[in-house]
Design a protein around this ligand. Structure first.
Ligand code: FAD
Length: 368
């Protein structure tokens, strides 16, 4: 019987198991992860920090039995072609999928620095973020504004140190409007937080300064590593039958993507490879962020290149077009724009910039 062993059971690893079963895979499917079950991460910075009743599980416990997926609560310590070793067991597998994600970078300061990646990190932060606590949050990506939102909700006095307008590479021009909104809500200092800062002004420091791919396990395995495990566009490594997906991997010749939807999409691609089936046209990459009461979303690429055009729809949505084809879109508090843009890009529908810009025309009409 064929067998697949997946190392890491968050969105990327879990999606392989779910996708294989959905596709009718009849072999054994095993997920190895030190956690009790498959947990999602994005709610950690938003809902989990501020609410008592948040379910992080990607599936209820009975799902694993119903789908014949074995969850092994353990840590993998090595893998090779067709084999995986954990701290307690040995597994043989036709397919080995590495989905170990990423680890947060931190700052070297003369004070303990919190980071947020795991449930344990979130629990520690929840305990520390008391009303009136003076917190410095360092970071120029999605996470810093999300953490600032939660910390403010909890009554902390928040200062964000950011050397740039956060997430411009994701939300393009709209990142500036999110930034203005953040500066209305909390103190923002437009530079890096360094050792020279007077840390006595803060009770708590949180680093949201990016992640490094969790490649430790792969160091001596023979897979190529260069800012992540290097894969081809089928997410195959240089070792036959070994794949890498999600935050831990990087497609050769491309930058590394550490967003939730990449975990899901890369898993779907590996399922097709294992099943020997043809993937549908891939949907463009989608990223979202909930910050200060606003829902920001982007799909595809939203920074125009020289020959492309930027189209504005009111002050809350932008599109990048190349001739009559849509390349990407971003929107604040308008998920219909993102839904329509995803359909337009996936179906390769022609677009008219004047129509995209016209807020009197319902966006979903343009996706037909
Ligand atoms: C707080 C927070 C908020 C976020 N918000 C957003 C957002 O708003 N939008 C967005 O697009 N993305 C967001 N992200 C990013 C997104 O969550 C990640 O891109 C996604 O979780 C990557 O999934 P993954 O499965 O590749 O890796 P991970 O989620 O890192 O999971 C890796 C899993 O592998 C396990 N593992 C590691 N090493 C081993 C080993 N040796 N043996 C066995 N298991 C191992 C880990 O325990 C973990 O369960 C956020 C991330 C965080 C931390």
């Amino acid at each position: 019987m064929p067998s697949t062993v997946i190392i890491g059971g968050s969105v990327a690893g879990f999606s392989v198991a779910a996708g294989l079963r959905e596709a009718g895979y009849t072999g054994t499917v095993t997920i190895i992860d030190p956690h009790e079950t498959a947990l999602d991460r994005p709610p950690l910075s938003t809902e989990y920090l501020v609410d008592d009743d948040v379910d992080l599980a990607l599936a209820p416990p009975e799902w694993f039995q119903e789908h014949s997926v074995t969850w092994v609560q353990d840590t993998a310590i090595s893998f090779g072609p067709g084999t995986v070793e954990t701290t307690r067991q040995h597994f043989d597998a036709d397919h080995v999928v590495i989905a170990t994600g990423a680890v947060p970078k931190t700052l070297d300061l003369a004070k303990p620095v919190y980071t947020l990646r795991s449930l344990a990190d979130a629990q520690a932060l929840r305990a520390a973020l008391q009303p009136g606590v003076r917190v410095a949050i360092a970071g120029g990506g999605l996470l810093a504004p999300e953490l600032a939102t939660s910390a403010k909700t909890l009554g902390a006095k928040v200062t964000v140190f950011t050397p740039q307008v956060p997430a411009t590479e994701i939300f393009g021009e709209l990142a500036h409007s999110l930034y203005r909104n953040m500066t209305d809500q909390v103190d923002v200092i437009p530079r890096r937080l360094t050792v020279d800062e007077n840390l006595a002004d803060f009770d708590l420091v949180i680093a949201a300064v990016g992640v490094a791919p969790a490649v430790e396990l792969a160091q001596d395995s023979g897979v190529s590593i260069d800012d992540g495990i290097v894969v081809d566009d089928h997410y195959r490594t240089n070792i036959d039958g070994v794949y890498a997906i999600g935050d831990v991997c990087r497609i050769h010749g491309q930058p590394r993507h550490d967003h939730w939807d990449h975990g899901r999409a890369s898993a779907a691609r590996v399922v097709h490879t294992i099943m020997g089936t043809q993937p549908a046209v891939p949907t463009p990459q989608w990223v979202w962020s909930d910050q200060f009461g606003h829902d920001a979303q982007a799909v595809g690429r939203v920074i125009p290149q020289a020959h492309e055009h930027l189209v504005h729809r009111g002050d809350h949505a932008i599109f990048v077009i190349n001739n009559d084809r849509l390349i990407g879109a971003a929107a604040i508090d308008d998920h219909m724009v993102i839904r329509a843009a995803t359909r337009i890009i996936t179906r390769d529908v022609r677009v008219d910039p004047d129509q995209l810009a016209d807020t009197d025309i319902q966006i979903r009409r343009l996706a037909r």
